[in-house]
Each structure stands twice: as structure tokens, then as C-alpha cells.
Design a protein around this ligand. Structure first.
Ligand SMILES: [Zn+2]
Length: 294
């Protein structure tokens, strides 16, 4: 089944809702980075959240980044998503292995760490990007994103994210949903949604059963006049290029480049997001030094 993300409204517009299936996308990330199961769940949950938060951005040139800096062994987690569904991301340590948590689930909270920061950066094409930061709550990512939305964006939200990994490390199911009551939504409405959320199966179970994003929202919202307004298809894709990495080298400055030339005679740069290797030989570095002088 093809992955996709939807944006919807329900209950006469009192509810905004987002839902995503991302099994193939997380599978691509798993293969690209050789992720172990827990880092797959970490990156998969973060990417799924980012896509749902990006879908209603106005321009294709805008983007949204989520950066998790926790004390856990997976290290930094970085994801950059565009409103057309293009997304890239990585974790510092793709080969973290941890025992299951007491609930028998992949221990995302320990991998990320319970102490640290969650930062969301929105590049809206303005002079300065918007950035909001909160402390991590549990490191489980869903709760952390919900906390960010309530505190930083004043949008109380229910956030559910899930990634199911098979014993051979391949991705079996991944997805998520976000439910946001708008100001003025009646208390009874919010109560009834909370009760339903507590009763529905986990996201990864629903995706594993073959549920589509619309069907997950129907399970959570019931007969609340669900209207789907937008749908996008996610792609795990990097936008790096030799030119971009040349400018990284150039930004080191003439002196630093002279040292590289003397000590190594070459430079090898690896893109964190897609692991593409870019090699610069002696001639390339001499050329860059000449450029750095002018
Ligand atoms: Zn790349």
C-alpha cells in the first residue's frame, strides 16, 4: 500500500486532524542508514510527525525541521520535511541496540533520552526562520511533540506515532495521527475524543491491519463529519550536491584548506542525510583555495 498523509477537518470545523501511513518511507530510511530497530522507531516517529506538521505550509519552498538533542545513546535526531512530502533525516548513531521496555515495546524513550531539547524550525522564506524549543518530556517523541504544540504553538493536540519493526530489522508498519481541537470546541466533544483515543488500537497495529489514514481518523473521531482537505505522498529524498559540499569546504577558509592540503592532500565529505560520499582531490582543493582567496 502506498504511503500518504492527509489533512482533514471534522465536527463542523471544531477539529483539525492529520494522519499518515509511512511504512515504505521508514523502510527507505532504514535501508539508507542501516538502522537497527530502535533507531528506526526514533527516526520513523520523528519523520511521521514532521510530515503531518508540514502538510499545510503554504509554499513548496518552505520547510520544517525537527531536531531532538537528548542524552540517550541514539544522539541527535535531525529531520527536514517539505510540504510536498519530500523528507530527509538521520540519527547520530544508527546502530543502537536496547532491550524492550517494560511494556514490551521498542525503547524509544531510553534511546532518545528523557532529558534534552526538542527544537522545531520553520523556514517560511522570511529573513529569520521561526524556531520553538521545549524540554523533552519522555523522549518517546509523540508526547514530546504534543508538549511542543501545546506550549510553543498554543495548539493542544493528541499526537500518536508508531513504528513496528520485524525481527530482521525491516519495517512492518509505520504511521501516526494528530488531533487538534480548535478554540471554542465544546468540552463534551474533546472528552468524547479523548475517550475514543484511549480505546483505539495503537497506530502501528492499525497500520499493520491495513488501515488507511482516513480509516485511522474515523476510528478515532467516529461519525464526526470528516472532510479530507489535502493529501500528499512522502518521499525519502536528499537534496545534497557536490556544489553544496564545495561551499561547505570553502566556508572553512583559506588557512584551514591549506592545512587539509598539506596534511591529507584530499578531502572526503559524507552527507549525513543520505550517506553519499563526495571526494575532493588535491587539484580540487587547490582550486578551492584559489576561490577562497578571491
Ligand atoms: Zn545527501
Amino acid at each position: 500500500m502506498k504511503d500518504y498523509i492527509i489533512r482533514a477537518t471534522a465536527a463542523q470545523g471544531y477539529i483539525r486532524a492529520f494522519a499518515a501511513t509511512t511504512t515504505n518511507l521508514v523502510g527507505m530510511a532504514q535501508k539508507t542508514h542501516g538502522l537497527y530497530p530502535v533507531p528506526s522507531a526514533v527516526l520513523g516517529r520523528t519523520m511521521t510527525a514532521a510530515l503531518m506538521m508540514t502538510i499545510d505550509m503554504k509554499s513548496e519552498s518552505h520547510n520544517l525541521s525537527i531536531v531532538l538533542k537528548g542524552e540517550g545513546p541514539v544522539g541527535n535526531v535531525v529531520v527536514v520535511a517539505k510540504p510536498n512530502g519530500r523528507i530527509k533525516g538521520y540519527v547520530d548513531n544508527p546502530r543502537v541496540d536496547l532491550p524492550l521496555n517494560p511494556l514490551g515495546k521498542l525503547d524509544v524513550g531510553t534511546a532518545v533520552g528523557k532529558k534534552g531539547k526538542l527544537t522545531v524550525i520553520k523556514d517560511l522564506g522570511l529573513k529569520e526562520p521561526y524556531a520553538g524549543q521545549v524540554d523533552l518530556v519522555t523522549g518517546e517523541i509523540g508526547e514530546d511533540i504534543a508538549y511542543y504544540m501545546a506550549v510553543s504553538e498554543q495548539k493542544p493536540s493528541a499526537v500518536a506515532l508508531g513504528v513496528l519493526v520485524d525481527p530482521d530489522a525491516s519495517i512492518r508498519a509505520a504511521g501516526g495521527f494528530i488531533i487538534q481541537p480548535l478554540p471554542g470546541a465544546p468540552d463534551e466533544l474533546i472528552d468524547s475524543i479523548e475517550q475514543r483515543i484511549a480505546k483505539v488500537p495503537s497506530v502501528s497495529t492499525m497500520v499493520d491491519e491495513g488501515k488507511k489514514p482516513e480509516e485511522m481518523l474515523e476510528a478515532v473521531l467516529g461519525s464526526m463529519d470528516l472532510k479530507v482537505n489535502q493529501r500528499i505522498y512522502p518521499v525519502f529524498a536528499c537534496d545534497c550536491s557536490r556544489e553544496r559540499l564545495e561551499s561547505v569546504l570553502l566556508s572553512l577558509g583559506e588557512e584551514e584548506l591549506e592545512i587539509i592540503l598539506k596534511e591529507d592532500g584530499k578531502a572526503e565529505l559524507v552527507c549525513h542525510y543520505c550517506n553519499t560520499v563526495y571526494n575532493f582531490d588535491e587539484k580540487d582543493i587547490i582550486k578551492l583555495i584559489e576561490n577562497a582567496r578571491t
